[in-house]
Design a protein around this ligand. Sequence first.
Ligand code: 4AD
Length: 482
Amino acid sequence: MFSPRKLAVALPGLCRWHRCHVRHLRPVSKLSVREALASAETPSEEIRVQGWVRSVRSQKEVLFLHVSDGSSLEGLQIVAEPHLKNSALSFGSSVEVTGSLVRSLHKKQSVELKASDVKVIGRCDSHEFPFKLKERHPPEYVRQFPHLRCRTKTFSSLLRVRGAATSAVHDFFQTNGFLHIHTPVITSNDCEGAGELFKVEATHWDRGSGDDAGFFDVPAFLTVSGQLHLEVMSGGFSRVFTFGPTFRAENSQSRRHLAEFYMVEAEISFTESLEDIMQVMENLFKSTTSALLSQCPEEIEFFSKYVSPGQTDRLDKLVTSDFVTMTYTEAVEVLKRSQKLFRYKPEWGCDLQTEHEKFLVNHCGDVPVFVIDYPYDLKPFYARDNEDGPQRTAAAVDLLVPGVGELFGGSLREERMDRLQSRLETLGLRDTYQWYLDIRKFGSVPHGGFGMGFERYLQCVLGVENIKDVIPFPRFPHSCLL
Ligand code: 4AD
């Protein structure tokens, strides 16, 4: 049920209290389409709805409109007398409709708006508008219009699910005692050590200041991960998380890479067990997905019908199945034993490719698979040595999911000073990470954490093939529209 917001704008009405014909200003409640659809009939009360026209159907006796404002998948049916028809009323134009809610005979909604006034706020030339009434445009076409695609049913549904998933992630962490930390976007470190960094420079700085040392006096970059800053905080709080934009200058046009994406990261202190970290990963995935199933059933059904048939059943399976765990060594054996001809031949010591990850998920019955204990040399300096041979494997984990492959990456962090020192020395990073060594010096605790790619998560739950279709403004090599 809605909580009406009374508008300052008012309609003249007959005074009930004075039993006279003095005209008082009676406020009109402004409702979103979602509120109107959930509302009871208001035959004697005027309400107002604003939105964009999804369809216009004019008959001799009656004018039908469908108006949506992004608040729900379904639009609101407007029924008006033909004299309210206006030549500017077209698919895509914005309107303000006043009227009363009456019972609808339409099976999809219990109420419709019987209009007393229809005002066109902004015209829309339907010949030039790139989206056509009742046409289902392919995602590659829609993607060309990042400034307009929020008007399509698919993309507005995606944005509602994305918003709900954001809240669900925050709810999960708040409920489980994690403190939210705003980690910086600009940083002087390369957490992953892969060199896929965007450099930050102030334009005109050199000219203004007369020096060429740069704004920060040290090289600065857009963050590739908030992990190291979370690790700082995990020296004072036993459970922390961050959820923000992350940047990687990977020269990849793949369906699961972006140059700017959102990452959900958590760090847990006082744990020596990778299973503790994996349990939080599994709980986060299941709790967020269950929240979406209950809060966005219409949107998920829509994706299941038009984007990825059978998606709702797959999601039910994801939230109810036990996740599988296998070691990296077992995973490579499974891949080698398979009859499949991979593009990249699986070998112990090589990174798993998307084709390998998808095969493993399928091999395990299309449920999420934790792959643990990766080769030590494949993982960044912070990953904890398992000591199962001379620097053979590290206590690192990836979670692979259906449709996407790698969704989470995590590890226990090397808290032992001597091992960390010698690894940083080998990598020539000892001076750079003196502060990181310091946090091992003053009350260090065993700890670990993970990061989840938020767009890959949305791809997985909605069955969307291309990562560019789950973020409002995708950034990737050779493209930075808007
Ligand atoms: O496995 P990654 O590189 O892990 C880290 O950055 C750790 N520092 C996280 C941590 O332990 N706090 O990245 C984590 C996840 C990946 O599993 C993937 O889902 C996503 O981030 N990701 C990307 N998503 C979209 N585009 C890209 N270019 C991505 N690179 C990684």
